[in-house]
Design a protein around this ligand. Structure first.
Ligand code: HEM
Ligand code: HEM
Ligand SMILES: [Fe+2]
Length: 460
């Protein structure tokens, strides 16, 4: 660690990992509810568990992005953070608001929560991923503005690198598109149209900038490859991401009441969306192959390469699978969608945050890299989580293919629940893969407590 204010990243990383654990607990609960319908009923019904699972995912990724930024920007700008105090205050505001929201979901009926939190003043609740009460949404905006102010001021007083500019563009985009969560028109077509401006334009637009910047930062550090080379890659990747991803939003506009030309626009542009993800994979391997030094943090290199591969598989391959209008006509909203959602979120955003944590955490704890044994344990965590996520995806894909066939393609289509019964074997297998995922997460957590000699700080 070169600047003392980088240490504000630590609480953000710890909170991210803590909430990740919560997310997986609710994932497992739902995995069980899928096959044992009464599990936890009526205490925690499926719809509530789902909301907690997905909202925790988004919130911990945001903690991860903010922590990563607080670590990255002072080092790139070669100056201390503008206000470490503001960063710490905002950490607590975000954590408490987040915790209160989750408790609200769990303890109060959703309709009551809506009444209690001003949904009658401006109705924004009840939409997937954007379920947060108005007060929480306002809290998120305040935290985001304070964060962006802090980071922008830091960059203005320091060195401006391509990496930090791309990161900042991504973060501003994230905040700006979130504003569409306040727009909830009564017309269902318009509602869905703009809902995707948050959901799609986040993960297939501005978040890709954040991902590419974080990946580039870690790759420079662990490989020692020239900044100029990495910057050229970054330009190419973000251009490809924006050119394909913005109009690619059309792959959600096929049959929601929008004009028919979206079937062409959405199909063509989104079919190109795998390219920037593929470029990131090639980029990561290329940099590691051209490395000028052997960084002692082998685990961080593994996470970085894993991000490249898994993001391409989850977003690129599994995204492409159902993105053409004639295919999506059958697969829309099926288990194929869930299979893709899991591997894409895991491969791109979970892994990029864990890559940064893997690189930064030892430095924040005063060493260049963890002891060999701790790294081996961490890498076990990587493989267990990654391989079980591959299986979760494969089982859901199998379930999805059968589901689409039995319910939508067959000449004697079966009703939804009858089909669910037919494919329950795959839900059981998904559950077991989820248990292995949880074991991988525990292994990962354990790696932080494995003791040993630490390497001297000379390589950092
Ligand atoms: C890391 C990037 C990505 C993430 C995190 C992601 C995540 C998701 C999620 C969670 C959904 C489900 C949304 C819902 O609740 O309805 C979804 C839907 C979809 N995604 Fe992605 N995605 C990514 C990239 C891509 C790419 C690159 C493509 C195309 C090549 C793609 C194609 C689709 C399509 C077509 C749907 C709609 C599925 C349906 O009609 O049910 N995604 N994505
Ligand atoms: C880091 C790992 C994980 C990520 C990134 C993740 C992400 C997601 C996302 C994005 C959704 C919404 C999907 C959609 O709308 O298409 C979801 C739903 C769900 N997740 Fe996860 N999840 C993870 C781990 C798990 C685990 C370990 C389990 C347990 C076996 C699990 C079980 C579920 C279930 C049952 C749903 C509801 C699907 C539905 O509505 O039919 N998840 N998860
Ligand atoms: Fe999309």
């Amino acid at each position: 660690m070169k600047y003392s204010s980088q240490s504000v990243a630590m609480p953000y990383f710890i909170a991210a990992i803590g909430l990740f654990v919560g997310q997986i607990i609710f994932g497992l609960a739902m995995g069980l509810q899928y096959v044992v319908g009464d599990f936890l009923f009526p205490a925690i019904p499926f719809n509530i568990a789902r909301m907690v699972h997905t909202n925790l995912l988004i919130v911990w990724l945001l903690f991860g992005f903010m922590g990563a930024t607080y670590f990255l920007v002072p080092e790139e700008a070669e100056t201390e953070l503008y206000s470490p105090k503001l960063a710490l205050v905002m950490f607590w505001v975000f954590l408490l608001a987040g915790a209160a929201t989750i408790l609200g979901y769990l303890l109060v009926p959703y309709a009551t929560l809506a009444e209690m939190t001003g949904n009658n003043i401006l109705a924004t609740m009840g939409r997937e991923f954007l379920e947060q009460p108005l007060l929480t949404k306002i809290g998120i905006v305040i935290v985001a503005l304070a964060f962006l102010f802090n980071i922008t001021m830091t960059m203005l007083k320091g060195r401006k690198t391509v990496i930090s500019i791309v990161l900042l563009m991504g973060l501003w985009g994230l905040a700006i598109f979130f504003l569409f969560s306040f727009y909830n028109p009564g017309n269902l077509v318009k509602d869905k149209f703009y809902w995707w401006w948050v959901v799609h334009l986040w993960v297939e637009g501005v978040w890709e900038l954040i991902m590419a910047a974080i990946l580039a930062f870690v790759l420079i550090k662990v490989t020692g490859v020239d900044r100029e080379v990495i910057e050229k890659w970054l330009y190419v990747i973000i251009t490809l991401a924006l050119v394909t991803g913005l109009i690619g939003t059309g792959h959600h506009y096929f049959w929601i009441g929008t004009p028919a030309y979206w079937q062409w626009l959405g199909s063509v542009f989104s079919a190109l969306e795998p390219i920037p993800f593929f470029a990131m994979t090639v980029f990561a391997f290329n940099m590691v192959n051209r490395r000028r030094r052997e960084h002692p943090n082998k685990a961080a290199v593994l996470w970085a390469l894993g991000t490249g591969v898994m993001a391409f598989l989850g977003a690129g391959v599994w995204g492409f699978l159902h993105t053409l209008a004639p295919v999506n006509y059958y697969t829309h909203g099926s288990q194929i969608t869930a299979a893709h959602g899991h591997m894409a979120f895991y491969g791109a955003y979970v892994l990029v945050v864990l890559t940064m944590i893997s690189y930064a955490m030892p430095l924040l704890r005063g060493r260049a890299a963890n002891d060999e044994r701790a790294q081996v344990c961490e890498m076990w965590g990587f493989w267990l989580m990654t391989i079980s996520m591959v299986f979760i995806t494969l089982f859901l894909t199998a379930a999805g293919i059968l589901q689409v066939w039995l319910q939508r393609v067959s000449s004697t289509p079966m009703p939804f629940m009858a089909v669910q019964e037919q494919i329950s074997l795959f839900y059981w297998m998904r559950l077991w893969a989820g248990v292995v995922f949880a074991a991988g997460l525990v292994t990962y957590l354990a790696s932080f407590f494995v003791k040993g000699e630490s390497k001297p700080l000379i390589h950092a």
